[in-house]
Write a protein that binds this ligand. Structure first.
Ligand code: TEU
Ligand code: CA
Length: 551
């Protein structure tokens, strides 16, 4: 029933976006030696696994998610020796090292692509090449970052397919030699000491060979997103199952699939234990789906429905990553209740079943950053969103607001280490604006303050080791008495924990069930939970004694 890789279930995974974590040499870009320098900090936090967003050779059209050499380190990030040293030092501290495997596409600057464009074997079919149809692209598909999903290549006299930017051509998994390259690549990194893979945008591997036109609402620039034709294809699941059988399981690699779902039920196909695909999945949800939702209801419904869909599977529990706005700004209240709502959201995330993820800076309650004009944004997604909104008829102000609110750069601003210039991230000029609130929100200040968000996370992570219900407990939803309140129990044979969280700016009566020894509470700095009222953003985790006997 439980997977053989049982160690996977003890992980707390910290995501590092290397470009923005810590710059060790003053060039304004975070790097691998910078990560090494901060391992003590991460150890103090208590996480036992790191996932690094891509640090491989890349022209950075999509900040490293466009890889030009899978076996080389981007020089800005350091050397292969730095990478080996980082892995060694992680292991010396009992931390697992997880890398990002980006194999839906490569960069168009990858040698494979250059040789494929020249029809050099064995590379000829490494990508999807199609002849023009009536002098145009082979079909009407839209790419994720705007425009057609096809780009004409003079050299080859054909179009190539790219689901993401035109500098991210899709790899053709139906070509046996290409598939073998990827298998070899995984073995190669395993031999260097990698313990796991976060597998990027993996739901699109198999394509319909005839590439039919997509139906549906066109994007403002006139193309149609092909998701319904690409998602949920048995061929994609077959590739993943094969990867699992030949590599993930025999090599004892933890795997986190970043998946886009045909429908909610498909989650079970990726992570159901009998399926043999991934250990856990990060369902990719365009943040716009959550943009104006009632947050507590959305979180409650999601928790409940995922648990029903994969009762025997395992989940990745996260609210933040490098593709989303900051959680305290998006789900919480980053002004009046910044610290309390950051703690409340942390409690919800870590008390939920599955493996908790912490995205860099989340443990400080870092907030989203609104820049002044679209030109200040680096993210290719943000710039495209802005363009599409203008095409759709928005005023520049409306388009900017929308693109800025959802911008991936919100989470990509440099990590705030101290009150020193540039938040102590770099002694040079940071590649992306530092959030000006760093004098008040930074690691140095929070390390010195026992009731900071940082220390709250530290205690929360430590609780996992003491309370098996946080790891193994079954989930039972509890009626919180109001829509703004999310409440549930985690129950094992030995103990029961109850969490209730008021995810709003109003006070509400506390649910009756919230009785027991308080383990952690978001108002720890102010005053204890009074047993009757949940204040704005008050979240309380209690341990219920003798629960089993009571039932
Ligand atoms: O993001 C996934 C992603 O953007 C798509 O899988 C998603 O399905 C699509 O946007 C649907 O609207 C990953 C990375 O996390 C992201 O940073 C990269 O930009 C992207 O893949 C391409 O590698
Ligand atoms: Ca640097």
């Amino acid at each position: 029933m439980i997977s053989q890789k049982d160690w996977v279930r003890d992980l707390v995974i910290y995501q590092i976006y290397p470009r923005s974590f810590y710059d060790s040499n003053g060039d304004g870009v975070g790097d691998l030696p910078g990560v090494i320098e901060k391992l003590d900090y991460l150890q103090q936090l208590g996480v036992n696994a790191l996932w690094l967003s891509p640090f491989f050779a890349s022209p950075n059209d999509d900040n490293g998610y466009d890889i030009s050499d899978y076996r080389a380190i981007l020089p800005e990030f350091g050397t292969m020796a730095d990478c080996d040293e980082l892995i060694r030092q992680c292991h010396a501290r009992g931390m697992k090292f997880i890398m990002d495997l980006v194999v839906n596409h490569s960069s168009d600057e990858h040698e494979w692509f250059r040789r494929s464009a020249r029809r050099e074997d064995p590379y000829t079919d490494y990508y999807y090449w199609r002849d023009p149809v009536d002098g145009h692209a082979p079909n009407n598909w839209a790419s994720v970052f705007g425009g057609s999903a096809w780009e004409y290549c003079e050299e080859r006299g054909q179009y190539y397919f790219h689901l993401f930017s035109k500098k991210q051509p899709d790899l053709n998994w139906s070509c046996p030699a290409l598939k073998q390259e990827i298998h070899d690549l995984i073995r190669w990194w395993k031999a260097r000491g990698v313990d796991g893979l976060r597998v990027d945008a993996i739901s699109y591997l198999d394509k319909p060979a005839d590439f039919p036109d997509a139906e549906g609402e066109p994007t403002p620039d006139g193309y149609v997103f092909p998701a319904p034709l690409l998602l949920g294809r048995p061929g994609t699941h077959a590739y993943l199952h094969e990867l699992n059988e030949k590599l993930f399981t025999p090599l004892n690699l933890v795997t986190v699939g970043e998946v886009s779902l045909k429908d909610d039920a498909e989650l079970a196909d990726y992570v159901g234990t009998a399926r043999g695909e991934f250990d856990m999945a990060i369902p990719f949800l365009p943040p716009v789906a959550e943009y104006r939702a009632h947050i507590p209801s959305m979180l409650r419904d999601r928790l409940k429905s995922r648990y029903e869909i994969i009762p025997d599977g395992w989940w990745a529990q996260f609210m933040s990553n490098h593709d989303k706005p900051r959680q305290v700004s998006f789900f919480g209240n980053d002004s009046e209740y910044r610290e309390i709502s950051a703690k409340a959201l942390a409690l919800v995330n870590h008390a939920s079943p599955g493996t908790p993820f912490v995205y860099q800076g989340e443990e400080l309650g870092m907030t989203s950053l609104r820049l002044d004009s679209i030109d200040q944004y680096n993210d290719i997604g943000t710039r495209n969103e802005y363009r599409q909104r203008i095409l759709a008829g928005d005023t520049p102000e409306q388009a900017f607001r929308y693109a800025a609110d959802l911008s991936r750069d919100n989470a990509r601003t440099p990590m705030q280490w101290s009150a020193a210039p540039n938040a102590g991230f770099t002694t040079g000029t940071p590649w992306l604006t530092v959030n000006p609130n760093y004098p008040g929100i930074n690691a140095e200040a929070q390390l010195a303050d026992p009731t900071s968000v940082f220390h709250f996370y530290r205690r929360l992570i430590a609780l996992r080791k003491v309370h098996p219900a946080l790891r193994n407990g079954a989930l039972r939803m509890i009626d919180g008495g109001h829509d703004d309140i999310l409440a549930f129990a985690r129950e094992t044979d030995g103990e029961a924990l109850i969490l209730a969280a008021n995810l709003s700016d109003e006070s509400h009566p506390a649910p009756e069930a919230l009785r027991g020894e308080i383990l952690l509470q978001s108002y720890e700095r102010e005053s204890d939970f009074d047993g009757a009222t949940l204040r704005p953003w008050e979240a309380v985790l209690v341990c219920v004694e003798s629960h089993i006997k009571e039932q």
